[in-house]
Design a protein around this ligand. Structure first.
Ligand code: PEP
Ligand code: MG
Length: 578
């Protein structure tokens, strides 16, 4: 038995065999063939092609079931490439005329297609190069008898152990089979962590080298609350964890009592507790957990699931579903935040040295106003069916806000001229994710209706600590006085103008932070739906006055450690008095 300690990012306990998710590099043998080997190579290619097509067909129906038609379309285009008779003929010709192995022939043909595609002027067609590359890799892996790379083909209960899980991998996570996640890298606010929490899959990240020491199929236990992974557990340990799992179930059931209660403080102040979502499918959980609205709708996931840029109509449908399902409750729709670690299949993004400091979010939207305007038109149109608000991510100053608002004004004018209904008084907010935005909050608030603090990025940019890097996770400190002073400035500035401030970064769902944020005057807490009951419980057990005293004292403290210790004491006193 061995114990691994990592960063606890999604609570819960699971026991299952390991699915080691490793992408080994493809190595191709370029040595020439003997004449009598040509036929057998061609047969191998045929078999690999058939297997690839059957994998993709299976994948298509899974993608359709889980993510809908536009995701299934990605796979359709892959199947079309693989079933194109000219692809088979091109590979066959290479094997015969150049006397090379099937894998070398496939690679050569795919490279040739990629060159042709890169020269096409039509952007949409040029972007199909990624699909060709994907299909080529699948066929090569099957040809070389390498394990498949995706998580999508899993059909038995496993704990996925991987170096990292990208946001596009996480789209394919299926709770039915994936019982837990353990990765070498990543931190609490990486998107893999955020998605694991919203899917309620136990997860421990930042385990450093677990992929090197654990083997495929071995039994492990994962404890997402303590950040522990146990390999080859003894019968006794399995028993201990089964018992803990039962206790956790009971605790969760107790928490559930708070789901539908209002988040009222002891002295009668109502606080808005809402949820973060990534897709219309997440709305059920928001309602089930008692979310009083949506404080962050991460729209980029709609784009990440699609083979093409979602059209205005497709986007409109998705936003309208959310607006209608929330039945008049506020829904803050964030315009796309692509870049950083979020790549799109349908959009070629440059490889950057510092993607989190690079071409990301509002920066892309302002450089590509046509894409941005389509999204704004879709949100505006959906605003006629519910209570929608718009929010811009990664704003670093007033100029960007003005440019974004100018494009919004154009979108409104167009819709008006076309006689299409929308909420002309739709509120527009700014995400506070950069220190520059926090420090110019007084300027920004003049041209915005509200703020929402994105602590995931605000921490990373204020402290200069990569939110994905487990090596420096101790330095990622949401309770650092520097971060807290910015948060206080932002809340106070909005209040001075009679406007509200929400928080949709992960700190908003941390029960340790609830009292402090309440005391600082935060108006809205937005988090993964499953965290709502616990945060409501804290709010219901303290007075606003009491929380203000705690916040005042916290703001005199000088270190993250001192503040954390103090907030833990506050929490323990609160728990013992309940
Ligand atoms: C944030 O930065 O706090 C945030 C909510 O945005 P994201 O996690 O999507 O970057
Ligand atoms: Mg962010």
């Amino acid at each position: 038995m061995s114990i691994f300690k990592g960063i606890p990012v999604s609570a819960g306990i699971a026991t299952a065999p390991v699915y080691l998710y490793k992408t080994e590099p493809i190595v191709i043998d370029y040595s020439p063939l003997l004449l009598n080997q040509k036929e057998s190579e061609l047969q191998e290619f045929s078999k690999a092609l058939t297997l690839s097509i059957s994998q993709m067909t299976k994948l298509r129906s899974k993608a359709y079931e889980r993510l809908g038609e536009s995701s299934a379309e990605i796979i359709d285009s892959h199947i079309m490439i693989a079933t194109d008779p000219s692809f088979y003929k091109d590979v066959e010709r290479e094997i015969h005329s150049c006397c090379i192995r099937a894998a070398a022939a496939v690679e050569k043909v795919i490279k040739c297609y990629l060159t042709t595609f890169s020269e096409i002027s039509d952007e949409y067609l040029r972007e199909r190069a990624a699909d060709i590359k994907d299909v080529g890799e699948r066929i090569l892996r099957n040809l070389l008898k390498m394990p498949p790379t995706g998580l999508e083909l899993l059909d038995n209960a496993v704990i996925v152990v991987a170096k990292d899980i990208s946001p596009s991998d996480t789209i394919m996570l299926d709770k039915t089979y994936i019982k837990g996640l353990a990765t070498d890298v990543g931190g609490r606010t990486s998107h893999a962590a955020i998605l694991a929490r919203s899917l309620e899959i136990p997860a421990v990240l930042g385990l450093k080298n677990i992929t090197e020491v654990i083997s495929q199929g071995e039994q492990i236990i994962i404890d997402g609350s303590e950040g522990i992974v146990l390999s080859n557990p003894t019968t006794k340990e399995i028993g201990v964890y089964a018992e803990r799992k039962e206790k956790e179930k009971t605790r969760k059931a107790q928490m559930d009592a708070f789901k539908l209660m209002p988040a009222d403080t002891l002295d009668g102040h109502n606080i808005h507790v809402v949820a973060n979502i990534g897709s219309p499918d997440d709305v059920e959980a928001v309602i089930q957990y008692g979310g009083e609205g949506i404080g962050l709708y991460r729209t980029e996931f709609l784009f990440m699931k699609s083979a093409h840029f979602p059209t205005e109509e497709e986007q409109f449908k998705a936003y309208k579903v959310v607006a209608e399902k929330m039945a008049g409750k506020p829904v803050i729709v964030r315009t796309i935040d692509i870049g950083g670690d979020k790549k799109l299949t349908c959009f070629n993004m440059p490889i950057e040295l510092n993607p989190f400091l690079g071409w990301r979010a509002i920066r892309i939207c302002l450089d590509e106003p046509a894409i941005f305007k389509i999204q704004l038109r879709a949100i505006l149109r959906a605003s006629a069916f519910g209570n929608l608000l718009i929010m811009y991510p990664m704003i670093s100053g007033v100029s960007e806000l003005r440019k974004a608002n100018a494009i919004l004004a154009e979108a409104k004018a167009e819709l008006q001229a076309e006689g299409i209904q929308f909420d002309s008084a739709i509120k527009v907010g700014v995400m506070i994710e950069t220190p520059a935005a926090a420090l110019t909050a007084d300027c920004l608030i003049k041209e915005a209706d509200f703020f929402s603090i994105g602590t995931n990025d605000l921490c990373q940019y204020t402290l200069a600590v990569d939110r994905m890097n487990e090596k420096i996770c101790d330095l990622y400190q949401p309770f650092h006085p520097g971060v807290l002073r910015l948060i206080k400035t932002v809340i106070d500035t909005a209040h001075a103008s009679g406007k509200f401030t929400g928080m949709c970064g992960e700190t908003a769902g941390d029960p340790l932070a609830t009292t402090l944020l309440l005391g600082l005057g935060l108006d809205e807490f937005s988090m993964s739906a499953s965290l709502i009951p616990e945060v409501k419980k804290v709010i219901r057990n303290i007075s606003l006055k009491g929380a203000q005293n705690i916040a005042e004292r916290t703001m005199t403290m000088e270190t993250h450690e001192e503040i954390t210790a103090y907030l833990k004491k506050v929490r323990d006193n609160l728990t013992s008095s309940i």
